[in-house]
Design a binder for this molecule. Structure first.
Ligand code: UD1
Ligand code: UDP
Length: 381
């Protein structure tokens, strides 16, 4: 029997980290051929992930340009995908999450009448401009997809409320599968600064911030708050690997350069980031992925957004929404830095997002869809 050709399409750093273990799982199944098509919506940040996980794409659209717009990303992906699909002839296309690559990949699959599996399906805020454009991207992909791989039961319920009940699986999030392969107690960083941080003596705050809906005043306020936190607390070392977006770079450096206990560094390779998170004291972030990873590592998170599509860890008590207002961020950080009881109440490991076997369930579900195996059991937290 000919192998089924399953083509994974991704282009940004978080998609790559979360698809890497799945691409490998698919490659290990005897009835499947795993094909990898990258859009390179991100270039350096994608290549770093490909290197960490030793992935070699079969096709590379290489679309990234500086300060790219949503329209240029989407149209370049669509045009490039035509040739990739015509040449590679996949039996199914997998897209991940909610980026412009995700949407364009799914739409292109539909234009070619190729079935779509949506990995990380069913996340919602119900605010079409926040996160922007991600909330709309994932809703549009829901309309196109044939199989839905939901990280949590809550995500499945979101889809059910929209009338989507066929082909839905609760698998856990593949990011937990990835995390299992990267975090090690004896890890040595290639970024020397990270080997020499006084992890036990001082409180290492790990920061990331990049969301488009935070561009402008919210990001100005977030950066001012970070400066204030570092100045107020002498026992804090704030480490911020700055996203390569020129908008973010400019704002971060303008506010945070020349503060002795703030370290603005280049984006970290995924394994470096995961191991830094495992050793830090507290995470402040507007990232989706960090909200999933930090709870698994027992690290409290303050989310620099007004809402989250990941309420599970908020319910579990390890994540709090800080919002984007200066006063709120400064005071919530102060409490976690100065009040050991408040900190201890949040610093416990929980795993609402997965057990590390999401990729196995997704591969099983794909085989089931094609009549080649049993339906997998759903993940239960
Ligand atoms: C994208 C996703 C967002 C995701 C984020 C993860 C969309 C619309 N947004 O946002 O959902 O959370 O990735 O990081 O799909 N750049 C580089 N090198 C890189 C990567 C980016 O120079 O390796 C610069 C380029 O100037 C690029 C800019 O960053 O134009 C913005 O990248 P883009 O993918 O458009 O948006 P993100 O904010 O990264
Ligand atoms: N990450 C990384 N290096 C960094 C910052 C983040 O490897 O310098 C990882 C992080 O651990 C997570 C993913 O990238 O796995 C999250 O990506 P990002 O925050 O860019 O996007 P989001 O999750 O918000 O879509």
């Amino acid at each position: 029997m000919e192998k089924l050709r399953i083509m994974s399409v991704f282009g940004t750093r978080p998609e790559a980290i979360k698809m890497a273990p799945l691409v490998k799982e698919l490659a290990g199944r005897e009835n499947l051929e795993s094909i990898c098509c990258v859009t390179a919506q991100h270039r350096e940040m994608l290549d770093s992930v490909l290197e960490v996980f030793s992935l070699k794409p079969d096709w590379d659209l290489d679309i990234m340009t500086p300060r790219q717009t949503l329209s240029t990303i989407t149209s370049k992906c669509l045009l490039g995908m035509d040739e990739a699909i015509d040449t590679l002839k996949p039996d199914m296309i997998l897209v991940h999450g909610d980026t412009s690559t995700t949407f364009a990949g799914a739409l292109s699959a539909f234009y070619h009448k190729v079935p779509v599996g949506h990995v990380e399906a069913g996340l919602r805020t119900y605010d079409k401009y926040s996160p922007y454009p991600e909330e709309m991207n994932r809703k549009l992909v829901t309309a196109i997809a044939d199989l839905y791989f939901c990280p949590t039961e809550n995500n499945r319920a979101n889809l059910a409320r929209e009338g989507v009940t066929e082909g839905v699986f609760v698998t856990g999030n593949t990011v937990i599968d990835a995390l299992k392969t990267t975090v090690r107690e004896d890890y040595r960083f290639s970024t020397e600064l990270l080997n020499h941080l006084p992890y036990g003596e001082k409180k290492v705050l790990l920061v990331t911030c990049h969301r488009r809906e935070n561009y402008g005043q919210p990001m100005e306020d977030i950066m001012s708050a970070l400066a204030a936190i570092a100045r107020e607390h002498g026992d804090v070392e704030l480490v911020y690997p700055v996203h390569l977006s020129p908008v973010v770079q400019e704002c971060a450096h303008r506010h945070l350069d020349n503060i002795p206990n703030i370290h603005l560094i280049a984006p970290l390779a995924a394994d470096e980031m995961h191991n830094l998170m495992a050793r830090c004291y507290l995470v402040l972030t507007d990232s989706g992925g960090l909200q999933e990873e930090a709870p698994a590592l027992g690290k409290p998170v303050l989310v620099l957004r007004r809402e989250t599509e990941r309420p599970e860890a908020v319910t579990a008590g390890t994540v709090k929404l800080a919002g984007v207002a200066y006063d709120d961020i400064v005071s919530m950080a102060r409490q976690l830095i100065t009040d050991p009881a408040a900190y201890a109440a949040m610093a416990h490991a929980v795993n609402p997002y997965g057990d590390g076997f999401a990729c196995r369930r997704i591969a099983d579900a794909i085989l089931w869809h094609f009549g080649l195996g049993e339906r997998p059991e759903d993940f239960r937290a």
